[in-house]
Structure formats: C-alpha cells, structure tokens
Design a protein around this ligand. Structure first.
Ligand code: NAP
Length: 252
C-alpha cells in the first residue's frame, strides 16, 4: 500500500504545469486525484493520463462554480487533501497598473484560494486527516519590480497559510505553502515572450533575466515542486504546518 492510498486530493489548476505535476505525484503515492480548472477539454485530456483521476470544471473567481465543483468532488467521498495551485500573473509598472488589473490578480490568487479552502475546511477539520498546500512563490517572501499585484497576492497566501496553521492547530489539518522560483511552465513562457516584446531582446537573453535570479542558474522543473507538495501531503509530515518552503535553488 502506498503512502496516500485511501486519500482523495483536489488540485486546482491541475490540468497544466505545476498543478498537473502535483496531481501525477499524489496519484503515484496512491491518492485518488481530482483536477479542477476552467478548461474542461484540457483537464479531461490530462485526467486520462493519470490512473483514476477525475476532471471537474471550476472557476475560482466564481462562488457558484466553487460550490458546485467541490460538491461534485465530495459526492465521490471526503476530500482530505487540497492543493491550491490555480494562479495568474501580470507584469506592468505599478503606476500604470489599473485597479481592474490589481483586482483580477487578487480575485484568482487570493480570493479564489480562500473560497476553495472554505469549501473543504468544514468537513476536513472534523476528519482524522487533512492537508492543505498553497502554491505561493518566492514572490510571497520578497518584493519584485513590475509585479506588485502578484507579489502582494503571494504575500497574502503566505500570511493566510501561517494564520490558518495556528487557527486549526487543534485539528488534524496542516497548512503549508511552497515558494518556488521560476518554474518551466506556461507562466514562464509568457513572461519570456513579454520581456522579448517589451525590450526587443532575444529569447535566450530574456530567459537569462529569469534564470539569473536562481543561484543555480536554471529554471526549476514542475516535478521538483510536486515532490515537496507530495511530502507535505504525506502522513509523516503531520507536524509540519505554517511553513513557507522555498524551492528556488538557494534564492532567499
Ligand atoms: P499554469 O500552467 O499557467 O497554471 C495555472 C493554472 O491555474 C492553470 O491550470 C489554469 O487552468 C488555472 N487557473 C487560472 N485561473 C483560474 C481560475 N479563474 N479558476 C480556476 N483555475 C484557474 O502555470 P504554473 O506555473 O503551473 O502556475 C501554477 C501556480 O504556481 C500559480 O499559482 C503560480 O502563481 C505558481 N508559481 C509559478 C511559478 C512559475 O515560475 N511558473 C513560480 C512560482 C509560483 P485554466 O486556464 O484551465 O483555468
């Protein structure tokens, strides 16, 4: 029997990038995984590559969508692992950032994460097992130019993680955040394209702007993040709570 046999895990944004790697990793440990996101076609294609996986449509910015998605997931059995991974980024000078853009990022990265956590915490806090892992960022631990809304949102995620770990310390639920540096996913592809468009630099030069922030001088792979997430979800990590674990090649 594997470490997570008998456990059911929801991964938001589980059809791509870090979320998909987390789903694969948790399933490899024996968990039944439910991947959620807006693009159902992409989710279903991803679910077919993971034994026993279920795909459910979810928009974390829509309260009714969150209620419906988690009710559908819970109909198959209790959810005892939640990986809050859905997230977006935007890059612009702060003085040119509209309030709409600010709110667009907070709506997914903060309010969406709060909604999904509230959707599971009631039953989970009464259960004998619970793991909530939030995918934050090193941007949740330090500042960065041109990404103030993203940095603020990820600081909120780290703060929320620490607060909930204390508030629910009397239950079996642990709350942790992982804080990756630049990971090789669509978000980084878009960032490279953005740097190229705004500065006229080559792809190689644009990429080096990102890799130089990692002392190891490289992009991190989604599977490296997923490995830490799977450990945080495992039975013997039960005393690890309220942590923000960097996966950044030594940055910070
Ligand atoms: P990604 O492939 O773009 O993943 C983002 C996921 O979020 C997608 O699967 C997307 O699915 C989902 N999503 C976005 N808006 C949503 C919404 N309103 N409702 C539900 N799902 C939504 O990029 P990624 O790099 O793997 O990002 C995953 C997480 O890692 C994010 O929280 C990001 O901030 C964090 N992170 C990334 C890096 C990096 O360098 N890549 C570094 C640190 C932290 P749909 O489009 O189908 O909804």
């Amino acid at each position: 029997m594997s470490k997570l046999t008998g456990h059911r895990a929801v991964i938001t944004g589980g059809g791509t990038g870090i979320g998909l790697a987390c789903a694969r990793s948790l399933a490899a440990q024996g968990a039944q995984v439910i991947i959620m996101g807006r693009d159902l076609v992409r989710l279903e294609a991803a679910a077919q590559t993971i034994p026993g996986a279920q795909a459910i449509q979810l928009d974390v910015t829509d309260a009714d969508s969150v209620t419906a998605a988690f009710a559908k997931a819970a109909a198959g059995g209790a959810i005892d692992i939640l990986v809050n991974n859905a997230g977006i980024v935007g890059a612009a000078a702060f003085h040119r950032t509209s309030m709409e853009e600010w709110q667009r990022i907070q709506a997914v990265n903060v309010e969406g994460l709060v909604r999904c956590t509230q959707a599971v915490i009631g039953p989970m806090m009464k259960s004998a097992y619970g793991r909530i892992v939030n995918i934050a960022s090193i941007a949740g631990l330090r500042g960065g130019a041109y990404i103030a809304p993203y940095v603020a949102s990820k600081h909120a995620v780290v703060g929320l993680t620490k607060s909930l770990s204390i508030e629910y310390a009397g239950t079996a639920v642990t709350f942790n955040a992982v804080c990756p540096g630049y990971v090789e996913t669509a978000i980084v592809d878009n960032s490279v394209a953005n740097i190229m468009a705004k500065t006229g630099r080559s792809r190689e030069d644009a990429l080096s702007e990102l890799t130089k922030t990692n002392p190891q001088g490289r992009l991190i792979q989604p599977e490296e993040v997923a490995e830490t997430v799977a450990w945080l979800c495992s039975p013997l990590s039960g005393s690890v709570s309220g942590q923000a674990i960097t996966i950044s090649g030594g940055a910070i």
